[in-house]
Design a protein around this ligand. Structure first.
Ligand code: C2E
Ligand code: MG
Ligand code: MG
Ligand code: MG
Length: 296
């Protein structure tokens, strides 16, 4: 192949022949630069931001929680979503720093929200799989809560099923310590992993979030309607609250409400936005459910 060049590594003193693909090299150096930029953004605390997406309670119609979703405003590449950079932090051993940055900022914002007249509004924060093996996590959460004097019940940690499976006993131990602080726990993207009922029962959870993939075809798929109905019933049997993710239409909302789903989140109400925009679109005491034309 024309794009495969051969070279010999000299520094090693051995005659090792490597195949060298210039396209791969280019890609690798792009990723390396991105990694470097991300480390710097974290250190200087200047380019990472939290966006928030409302979670609405279907019984009261009120704003119940905000999910914190991290964004990176890269000087060259613009606004990057977590799919683009979480994996970089995970692969290079600084996802704990990133999630810690998010937790600190979220606690800070919780404090601001309380002063702006949103008492009891919760913030839900995503936690990487890798951090569920990090013994320091409960201590850090406790520190951030104390530093901002936020009530622990106003903070929720979202963990994914895959996060739990790699070392379930260790994860349970860690989650129990976090739960003991008073922080709420939810299982995210439910239905996409392999959680068994036995695991679900052992975890100290408050909330189950049904993955968006089960919500998007509700209108056309009888099977998805049955699955969602069954997940809601199962979650309630385990005394968990149910949030449906990715609700985009009034039809989906009506179905979920009819089946006793507790809370919803999705573009129907709002995409994730900076906190100031959330505050101006959802002032305290308004009921977002009424705004989309739904009765209680
Ligand atoms: P997630 O926790 O399941 O978050 C929901 C994702 O669905 C968000 O994508 C959100 O923008 C998107 N979404 C919400 N409603 C709708 C809808 O109605 N329609 C559609 N099509 N999409 C909707 P986002 O912000 O790109 O985040 C992607 C994932 O990145 C999150 O999935 C979460 O797993 C992860 N993530 C986000 N923030 C953090 C963080 O601070 N730390 C870690 N470790 N992971 C994070
Ligand atoms: Mg989430
Ligand atoms: Mg999710
Ligand atoms: Mg999801």
């Amino acid at each position: 192949h024309a794009d495969l060049a051969l070279y010999q590594s000299k520094g090693s003193g051995r005659n090792v022949v490597h195949f060298f693909n210039p396209h791969l090299k280019q890609k690798a150096s792009f990723e390396l630069q991105l990694e470097e930029d991300l480390r710097q953004a974290l250190q200087q605390d200047n380019c990472l931001m939290l966006f928030y997406q409302p979670i609405i309670d279907l019984r009261s119609g009120a704003l119940s929680k905000l999910e914190a979703l991290v964004r990176w405003h890269h000087p060259l590449h613009g606004l990057l979503t977590p799919e683009r950079f979480i994996a970089i932090a995970e692969a290079n051993g600084f996802i704990d720093q990133l999630d810690d940055w998010v937790l600190r900022r979220a606690c800070h914002d919780l404090n601001s929200l309380e002063h702006m007249g949103y008492p009891g509004l919760k913030i839900a924060v995503n936690c990487s799989a890798l951090n569920l093996a990090n013994d320091q996590l409960p201590g850090r959460i406790e520190q951030h809560l104390q530093a901002t004097r936020c009530p622990a019940q106003c903070l929720e940690l979202e963990v994914t099923e895959s996060a739990l499976l790699s070392n379930i006993n260790r994860a349970i131990g860690l989650l129990e310590r976090i739960r003991a602080l008073g922080v709420c726990l939810s299982i995210d993207d439910f239905g996409t992993g392999y959680s068994s009922l036995a695991y679900l029962r052992r975890l100290p959870l408050d909330t189950l979030k049904i993955d968006r993939s089960f919500i998007q075809d509700l209108a056309n798929s009888n099977q998805d309607r049955e699955i969602v109905h069954a997940i809601i019933a199962m979650a309630h049997a385990l005394h968990l609250k149910v949030v449906a993710e990715g609700v985009e239409t009034g039809e989906q909302l009506a179905f979920l409400q009819d089946r006793g789903c507790d809370q919803v989140q999705g573009y129907l109400f709002s995409k994730p936005l900076p906190l100031e925009e959330i505050v101006s679109r959802f002032p305290p005491h308004i009921r977002p459910l009424e705004r989309v034309g739904m009765r209680l």
